[in-house]
Design a protein around this ligand. Structure first.
Ligand SMILES: [Zn+2]
Length: 453
């Protein structure tokens, strides 16, 4: 049975407003997301929007299946948002950012709570965000220490080490990250009971010891401590149930140190390093008590299913989803229109007969691109593939015709400036301008046809 498409109206991934982006490297025309909630956001591009909407429909369908609430439920959107476990607005899309963010083909979901993190790549090697211009320095000073914290978290909460390990299958990657995330959050909560809510009020050492003793056969059954042994300068494991008060005091101190260490693996912006040492006075870190994976598994899977890359899977950036670089042609209409407009402006004052024809040709190209590009976008979102393809075909011929128009312009301007140009040459540029104009008119007509299909 064919799946019924659900066009949901929630604003989880979008607002309906269309915001043309001017400036920026590629002059794309994105649709803005959450524009009101995130001032300065320039939006994602059409291709990404389409995939976000697909993912959103998929999630909405899951939500409806699970909730079974009436369609006219007044709290429908609120409940859907809760189902998706969204907390922050989508951000990171705009020309001010780097990489895929620059052209609107990337977005960050749960920016504050789902950071870059040192993880094991699918091949097995430890990897993370590079600091101090050195992978080795980062590994020694940030990545490995963070992984040790993950290990201690797992030992304490589960009785075995855990670590974030990506695999070829996104579902396994997620589960590995989530197990580590949960262990880390729980581990730190023994010293910072409300840390996940941003309240760093600490438990007292006595409360910690009493709690661990009380839970040693229940919540902490099988738990192990990993304590630093100054005699061997190494960490050694010990069953929590057999720990002395001094061991537990050491474990309490270790949690504080581990929270601090983990912050360096969850930096906002870049890590400050002075003289090869981490600058501990800086505060641009995410809170480790909140963990590193706020995204619900269903959300990650739904986004991956649309063909997006997930940073967590592909390059250890938990919040990041992007399209890779394959969609650039989808936005050809904008540069074509911009270049055609530049020719119109350049030739606006010219009285040369060939230049006037070329100016008219450029105007026709601009009209074609302006009609066919947005029509292709609308057709794409409406799932009208035939119209989408027809409109992109027009944009492509507008682009190739613009090349002819540009060549004719260069030749015409050269001849116009050349006092010794022969009549034969003058006639040639006029003929070429004529040919460019009729080709451009044809494209303009094709654009009208395709965009009203
Ligand atoms: Zn990102």
């Amino acid at each position: 049975m064919a799946e019924r498409r659900v066009r949901c109206t929630t604003a989880f991934f979008r607002t309906p407003d269309v915001a043309p982006r001017d400036g920026g490297r590629d002059q794309r025309r994105p649709l803005s997301l959450q524009a009101v909630a995130s001032p300065g956001v320039n939006g994602v591009n059409r291709g990404l929007l389409k995939r976000l909407l697909r993912a959103q429909e998929d999630l909405y369908r899951q939500y409806r299946e699970q909730v079974g609430a009436p369609v006219d439920d007044a709290d429908d959107q609120k409940k859907f948002k809760t189902f998706c476990q969204t907390k922050e607005v989508i951000r990171g899309q705009g020309p001010r950012d780097s990489g895929n963010h620059r052209d609107g083909s990337a977005c960050d979901i749960e920016y504050l709570a789902s950071p870059w993190l040192p993880i094991f790549a699918p091949g097995g090697g430890l990897t993370g965000e590079e600091h101090n211009k050195s992978g080795q320095w980062s590994k020694d000073n940030v990545w490995n220490p963070c992984i040790q914290v993950c290990h201690r978290s797992g030992l304490f909460c589960l009785g075995h080490t855990v670590e974030p390990r990506a695999s070829a299958d996104v579902s396994y990657s997620y589960d590995s990250f989530k197990e580590t995330h949960d262990a880390l959050v729980k581990y730190l909560s023994y010293r910072y009971p409300n840390g996940a809510a941003g309240n760093l009020t600490e438990a007292t050492e006595a409360d910690f010891i009493a709690r661990v003793k009380a839970e040693k056969d229940t919540a902490l059954k099988g738990s192990k401590l990993s304590l630093f042994d100054s005699a061997t300068s190494q960490f050694a494991e010990k069953d929590t149930s057999a720990a002395s008060d001094d061991d537990l005091k050491a474990a309490f101190a270790q949690i504080e140190s581990d929270r601090k260490t983990m912050r360096y693996g969850m930096v906002i912006g870049s890590l400050s390093v002075a003289g090869d040492k981490i600058d501990e006075t800086k505060t641009n870190y995410r809170e480790p008590c909140r963990g590193f994976l706020m995204l619900k598994k269903d959300v990650v899977i739904a986004l991956k299913k649309t063909g997006l890359r997930w940073g967590g899977q592909d390059f250890r950036d938990m919040m990041h989803f992007d399209m890779g670089f394959e969609i650039l042609n989808d936005f050809l209409d904008v540069p074509v229109s911009v270049r055609a407009a530049a020719i119109v402006a350049e030739l606006s004052a010219s009285t040369d007969p060939a230049a006037q024809k070329i100016k008219d040709a450029a105007t026709a190209i601009k009209n074609a691109a302006d009609a066919a590009g947005p029509a292709a976008n609308a057709a794409s979102l409406a799932d009208n593939t035939a119209k989408e393809d027809a409109c992109w075909a027009v944009v492509n011929s507008a682009s190739s015709t613009l090349a002819k128009v540009t060549a004719a312009k260069v030749a015409a301007l050269k001849v116009a400036k050349d006092s010794r140009a022969t009549d034969e040459k003058k006639q040639k540029v006029l003929d070429d301008a004529d040919a460019a104009l009729s080709a451009a008119k044809k494209v303009e007509d094709d654009a009208k046809t395709a965009s009203t299909m």
